[in-house]
Design a protein around this ligand. Structure first.
Ligand code: ATP
Length: 884
């Protein structure tokens, strides 16, 4: 359709609507007729494709090749067990990945988009799915356009259409029709679904919704599937490739040595090499990592942090600096006017109980009633309801307390033009019709408004303005943590007042300053303290006054600065000084979004891992640049949300701290799984290597080792994904951003555990064999000893540093207990069930055998706990040692 070429009038007629939009009944009827405004969900990979993708892994190819060759050699049991290992592993991966995908999908559902429309002549926020053709969509900076619209009014409107056209430079929009043949990017009279408003504002008539929008037509864009890959998974992939090489080499060397040195048969040696390979390959690891991350995502959602990109969970655990906005995140965003500073002095007020006093206060109340986008209305019960920006709401309460009937006052002074508030110029101006005169009202940050004033309103009319004196008094108020707003006006009798001259309004008369309190959130104070204990530095970055910001910073425990670093001061710094200031100071005030980006870059250059919050459209670059961009689910814009990794459903700083806590737990659990898998797999493989090299009879058969690997890899290690947080997660410094998968000092533990397991099982095998027992019996005992080693080690692996020899350590994770129950049951079957005895050549064992197995394997706990205790002592010592 060529909506872009039609005039506004034709469009209005054809859609059978008007410029004020539809009414609710019409909207409901149209919703019925046109359907919900939703794009087709992204094409999901089919279940079969997902299953097949589980096999795309080098180590799995290795296993499949081994299965093929063993089958060709007629070793059907071995071949079957290898195939079972591969299949079970793929199935678990498949199920877990499915869970992870649906967890991500459910979480995306929590971010249901909203749209602002005009209906019944009123501005309303509705679920974007309920937008219908004929609706008037109100476009504001940061909003995502939710349907294709023909613009009917624009004021400096610019839209980022990169989602649709790939062109990243915002397009200036107009309401004038354009040529019928214009390409998508040139249809300047239209705004399209999925694009983002970057500046200005406008109204658009909805012409197409759902799949009929331009975005809905571009199907391939929507079929993108969220990939579940993370840097950690890539690291693991790399580890897998290296392991594959080592394993193949070790297997080949062992087999060759067996044949040449000890005269074993080539087929037996090939089978041993296959067993070795299967034993050593950590095939369960990718599934474990995915499920651990997905569990983290779910737990985070329960704590009000919605993860948009999976890798963020991992990065969260490494955050060293949080840069947070003040208003609404660290503070409650519940604003109350507490003081008025007028020419005749300071009035401390409480709008709930006392009215502002005097002529000047009245003038101020009348002015703020007009220069505000908040609305006030009486509901059916006679209650007045005020809605809008919390600060403007506070001002309307002030006006109401001053006996201004806001609604009547507004209709007596209709607004004819306005400059909306913007964090760049920090004021808002409205122009009102007074019959043959015009009345201009401006409110904004004192630094932005006072310099535009020539005079000040006093009881005796306009007097000269002593800027320095006002500045001093303003700072006194700011020092109490009050947010300041200057209110000024200008009246013109008949002469035109141009609001849109480049330099903004001037020649104003200052009416006074308003001091507004916005107390810190209680839980933010606690979260700041907790983060600091966890070695994380907090920086407050705000558009507010430098002295106000510092006062709030002190209340939050951010330090004792009396004045924040201002954006202006930052601008004057060279790169070195900037970087030092960014690292050293904690309150940044009157900062613009461009400074935020520079701050992130400077902190990153200093080696920090930065989480940055943001809500406005201009925050997008800083959010994208930060290691973890955090946006606001309630107060934020769509643009900020789309650029962020994490959305806070409750806009609360404390949630960031909770998210970092979860991120650390997730990372810990992955490390724990790796620390569990590596020595167990190594011991399994080494058992075969050592036996062959020494020319011994194999202590366990290849098919037995396959069995152990199959059941332990997917049960025991997986249980660690569910490990609850350790008590001290937030008492230790963040892990370095480039930390190795295996934390320092842990390599030694892995080595010790592998050696102890190897030594213990070999000793049992050799001892019992020397006693002249039946080989099959001794092998059954050896295998069970190996499994018991792994069971005990699992308990100790639950905690990296703390002891597990206590109630919580032994019983704290019911998944561990469940996995162990499964293993014990499986081993009993393996040992006593006749079909299993046939398959694996096992024999029933007696009580003495079991006692021996426990006796030999249990000491592994002492080894690990001893290593932990030694490490703890060393750490304490180095902490106590004098620095320098
Ligand atoms: P942040 O959310 O970044 O912590 P903030 O909300 O305090 O900071 P801004 O919204 O940029 O920062 O506001 C900066 C200053 O602009 C305020 O201190 C106030 O003086 C002024 N201001 C804020 N909102 C408005 C508004 N709607 N109209 C006029 N002036 C405003």
């Amino acid at each position: 359709m060529d909506w872009h070429a039609r005039s506004v009038e034709t469009t209005v007629d054809q859609l059978d609507t008007d410029r004020d939009g539809l009414d609710e009944t019409q909207a409901a009827q149209r919703l019925e007729r046109y359907g919900a405004n939703r794009q087709r969900p992204p094409a999901h990979r089919s279940a079969f494709e997902r299953l097949i993708s589980q096999f795309r892994n080098l180590l799995i190819y290795l296993l499949l090749a081994a299965a093929g060759i063993t089958a060709a050699l007629g070793h059907w049991i071995d071949s079957g067990v290898i195939a079972a290992v591969v299949l079970i592993n793929a199935l678990i991966g498949y199920i877990q990945e499915g869970k992870a995908e649906s967890a991500m999908a459910a979480i995306r559902g929590m971010l249901a988009p909203e749209a602002t429309v005009r209906r019944d002549g009123r501005r309303q926020t509705v679920d974007a799915a309920r937008v219908v053709p004929g609706d008037v969509l109100i476009l504001e900076p940061g909003a995502k356009v939710s349907a294709d619209v023909r613009l009917i009014r624009t004021s400096g409107l610019a839209v980022d259409e990169s989602a649709l056209t790939g062109e990243s430079v915002p397009v200036d929009k107009t309401h004038e029709p354009v040529e019928a043949g214009a390409s998508l990017g040139d249809r300047r009279s239209m705004a399209f679904a999925g694009t983002l408003v970057t500046a200005g504002e406008g109204d658009g008539l909805v012409v197409e919704t759902g799949d009929r929008t331009e975005l809905g037509q571009v199907t391939e864009m929507l079929s993108r599937v969220e990939t579940l890959t993370t840097p950690l998974l890539r690291h693991l992939d790399q580890l897998g490739r290296q392991l594959a090489v080592i394993i193949v080499a070790a297997g080949a060397a062992t087999a060759v040595a067996g044949v040449l040195l000890h005269g074993f048969s080539p087929v037996a040696m090939f089978m041993a090499a296959v067993g070795l390979a299967v034993a050593a390959i950590p095939e369960g690891l990718p599934a474990i990592v995915t499920i651990t991350l997905a569990l983290g995502v779910r737990r985070l959602a329960g704590r009000n942090a919605i993860v948009r990109r999976l890798p963020a969970v991992e990065t969260l655990g490494a955050v060293t600096v949080i840069c947070s906005d003040k208003t609404g995140t660290l503070t409650r965003n519940e604003m109350t006017v507490q003081a008025l500073l007028l020419a005749d002095g300071l009035q401390t007020i409480d709008p709930q109980h006392s009215a502002p006093q005097g002529e000047n206060a009245r003038a101020l109340a009348e002015a703020v009633a007009l220069c505000s986008d908040a609305t006030i209305a009486s509901d059916s019960a006679g209650e007045t309801r005020v809605s809008g920006d919390p600060m403007e709401v506070a001002l309307l309460h002030l006006a109401a307390a001053g006996d201004v009937d806001v609604e009547a006052w507004r209709s007596q002074h209709p607004r004819v033009d306005s400059i909306p508030f913007d964090a760049g110029h920090r004021y808002m101006a409205t122009l009102h019709d007074e019959g043959d005169a015009r009345w201009l009202v401006v409110k904004g940050a004192p630094e932005a408004v006072v310099p535009r004033c020539d005079g000040v309103l006093t009881d005796a009319g306009t007097a000269a303005l002593d800027e320095a004196a006002w500045h001093r008094r303003a700072e006194e108020l700011a020092g109490r943590g009050l947010r300041l707003l200057a209110v000024a006006e200008r009246r013109s009798d008949g002469a035109a007042l141009d609001l849109h001259q480049d330099s903004g309004p001037d020649s104003l008369v200052l009416i006074g300053l308003v001091g507004i309190i916005d107390p810190p959130r209680r839980e933010a104070i606690d979260a700041v303290a907790a983060s600091q204990r966890a070695g994380i530095r907090i920086k407050m970055i705000t558009g507010d006054h430098a002295v106000t910001a510092a006062a709030i910073g002190r209340q939050l425990g951010l330090g004792d600065e009396t004045r924040g670093v201002t954006g202006e001061a930052l601008e004057a710094m060279d790169d070195d000084e900037f970087q030092r200031t960014a690292a050293g100071r904690s309150v940044f005030a009157r900062v613009s979004p461009a400074h935020k980006l520079r701050l992130v870059e400077a902190l990153q250059a200093d080696g920090q891992v930065v989480a940055m919050t943001g809500d406005g459209v201009n925050d997008a670059p800083a959010l994208k640049r930060a290691d973890v961009g955090v946006s606001m689910g309630r107060g934020g814009t769509d643009a900020a949300r789309e650029s962020s990794e994490i959305v806070l459903a409750d806009d609360n700083f404390a949630t960031i701290e909770a998210a970092i806590h979860e991120g650390r737990v997730v990372y810990d659990n992955i490390v724990k799984s790796i620390l569990f898998i590596l020595p167990t797999n190594a011991a399994q493989a080494l058992l075969l290597v050592v036996a062959v090299m020494a020319g011994l009879v194999l202590p366990v058969t290849p098919v037995q080792i396959l069995w152990v690997n199959m059941i332990t890899a997917v049960t025991l290690a997986l249980a660690l994904a569910f490990e609850p947080a350790e008590a001290a997660v937030m008492e230790r410094p963040p892990r370095p951003g480039d930390a190795a998968l295996i934390p320092p000092g842990m390599g030694m533990r892995v080595g010790w555990v592998a050696l102890v397991m190897l030594g213990g099982t070999l000793a049992v095998f050799l001892g019992e064999q020397a006693a002249g027992r039946d080989l099959a019996e001794v092998r059954t005992l050896t295998i069970n000893t190996l499994v018991l080693f792994e069971v005990w080690y699992l308990f100790s692996a639950r905690r990296l540093h703390a002891s597990t020899l206590n109630r919580g350590g032994l019983l704290g994770n019911r998944y561990v207990l469940g996995a162990i129950a499964v293993i014990v049951f499986a081993q009993l079957l393996f040992t006593y069930a006749p079909p299993m005895q046939l398959l694996f050549d096992t024999r029933a064992l007696g009580l003495r055998d079991w006692l021996l197995a426990v006796f030999v394997s249990l000491p592994v706990v002492a080894v690990v706990e001893g290593h932990k205790a030694w490490q703890r002592r060393r750490q304490r010592r180095s902490a106590d040692a004098p620095q320098g």
